[in-house]
Design a protein around this ligand. Structure first.
Ligand SMILES: [Zn+2]
Length: 150
């Protein structure tokens, strides 16, 4: 995606790959096709170049240091099992919310992404339904875990 002026630029979605009708006005916006939240960030390739990132993927990546840090801290003895269980419950809750958000967007739009491949119609809705169900289950387990330890 080039040129921040917005004139004649049609950025493509990081999730579904479809072109947008115009350059986004805000750094965070929703794809008009798949309804996933997208983040506009400047590219390192040059001034005036931008990247669109899928916020669902960004949130999952941001959770990795928390999970990895909690696991390492537990295994080297910096936190006890009780605190490690809190980290796991919190992670389950956040990942569950992300999956519910992604799954319900897929159910609504009929678009789902499996690695690099974008599915549509019935297979996408089936995967989105499964994703939503696992997300709800993850939210319940994480939420109950956090409540039980508070
Ligand atoms: Zn999209």
């Amino acid at each position: 995606m080039r040129n921040g002026s917005g004139l004649g630029v049609k950025p493509s979605c990081a999730f579904c790959g479809r072109a947008h009708s115009r350059f986004p006005r805000f750094p965070i916006f929703q794809c008009e096709h798949c309804e996933r939240p997208l983040l506009v960030v400047p590219s390192v390739k040059g001034v005036g170049e931008f990247l669109l990132l899928n916020m669902v993927d960004v949130a999952k990546v941001l959770m990795m240091p928390i999970v990895l840090g909690g696991t390492i801290a537990f295994f080297i003895g910096r936190i006890d099992a009780y605190d490690f269980a809190r980290v796991v419950a919190f992670s389950l809750l956040v990942w569950g919310v992300i999956d519910v958000f992604d799954g319900t967007a897929g159910l609504k739009t009929g678009l789902d992404k499996d690695g690099r491949y974008v599915r549509n119609s019935l297979p996408a809705k089936q995967r989105s339904l499964i994703k939503t169900a696992f997300g709800i289950a993850s939210c319940l387990v994480g939420g109950i875990g956090l409540l039980a330890m508070s």
